[in-house]
Design a protein around this ligand. Structure first.
Ligand code: SF4
Length: 356
């Protein structure tokens, strides 16, 4: 598919064209996957201030090792297999957090994170996945040792949004920085999760360019395992309170395009943000429900409860698809080529069976 064709499709208001493209989607998949996780918001401070964020807090918080370990052990008992470590970008630029880290015996947040992820591998059957904003090449290299995969939303390639409410006060949302990190992860052969945030003032061309950028990077490095198509949700009190949420048809069209452009990459939508429409999106190319947790809430969208796994099963089976648990690293990346020896051996020791 060419860029111009994709833009034209997104702009089209002809229902027949939407059906025509929907028919191009291969619907013969066997499974819809999901990951059972615990969400660990290590710190809610962040150097950025995105116009849609309610995760960020001014308070320089830092979870203590025991608080983190308690969640990990509980999650392990409940059969969770993913430990999602999340925190605001460059939290150790904050003096109080830096002091807290020092008092725990760590020089910076990455050292602390490494310690916790190392503990996770040694003491549970959970596999770490980190999503904490921009990381340098060296930080990625270090974290690869203890992570099954790493994530960073591209969100959008639009530089224009850096001057508008969504990203005006968020230096880390510079698309060049994000593209650089995704490429660095590729160079390091780290299985990677990225995605688009839809409804933050981007136009059709920018959505298409973002999808083609991901495709271009993936063709070079082959490391992108999934792309999340995340819809902006209005929340009271945020700077973007008056923005409109993307419509179901807009989401449907973007998902169709994502599948047609990104082909072998999984397409994920967060089921808690798409309760009414998520099942229909399976017809448009979605094949993964992402991480759901029986224990912790979605701290990025705390108003949106996770559906029960049984609900995801019902939504999937009604269309003839089996719901299948996956690890934070997709089966096709479970090899020594993509994982550190340590993470690879851990997965083997868990008795995980890789299926075609
Ligand atoms: S980078 Fe993430 S945590 Fe920080 S303000 Fe933006 S959305 Fe919130």
């Amino acid at each position: 598919m060419k860029r111009e064709e994709a833009v034209e499709f997104l702009k089209s208001k002809d229902p027949n064209i939407i059906v025509e493209y929907l028919n191009k989607i291969d619907k013969n998949k066997k499974y819809i996957t999901y990951s059972k996780n615990v969400f660990i918001p290590l710190s809610k401070w962040c150097r950025n201030r995105c116009g849609y964020c309610i995760f960020r807090e001014e308070k320089p918080s830092l979870m203590k090792p025991n608080e983190v370990k308690e969640i990990l052990l509980k999650g392990d008992k409940l059969g969770c297999r993913e430990a999602l470590f999340t925190f605001g970008e460059r939290v150790d630029e904050n003096k109080e957090i830096k002091e807290k880290l020092k008092s725990l015996g760590f020089d910076n947040i990455i050292e602390y994170l490494y310690h916790l992820e190392d503990w996770t591998l040694n003491n549970t059957n959970l596999l770490p996945h980190t999503n904490c904003g921009i990381l340098s090449y060296d930080e990625l290299k270090l974290l690869k040792e203890v992570n099954a995969s790493i994530g960073l939303m591209l969100e959008n390639v639009s530089k224009r949004l850096m001057d508008e409410i969504p990203h005006k006060f968020s230096p880390g949302k510079d698309p060049n920085l994000r593209i650089e990190m995704i490429e660095n992860a590729g160079k390091l052969k780290i299985p990677f999760t990225t995605g688009l945030l839809i409804g933050i003032g981007e136009n059709e061309e920018e959505i298409v360019d973002s999808l083609f950028k991901i495709k271009e990077i993936h063709e070079k490095y082959g490391h992108i395992q999934e792309v999340i198509i995340q819809n902006f949700r209005v929340k009271k009190g945020i700077p973007m309170e008056n923005y409109k949420e993307p419509s179901p048809i807009k989401m449907l069209k973007i998902i169709i395009l994502a599948k047609l452009i990104l082909k072998d990459i999984s397409i994920q939508i967060p089921p808690n943000l798409n309760r009414e429409t998520g099942q229909l999106f399976l017809l448009a190319g979605v094949d993964d429900w992402g991480g759901v947790s029986p224990l912790t809430k979605d701290y990025v969208n705390p108003e949106a409860e996770w559906p029960e796994v049984e609900e995801l099963r019902r939504w999937s089976e009604e269309l003839g698809y089996n719901l299948k648990l996956r690890l934070p690293v997709y089966d096709k990346f479970i090899s020594k080529e993509w994982l550190s020896e340590r993470v690879y051996n851990k997965i083997l020791s868990m008795g995980w069976k890789v299926e075609d």
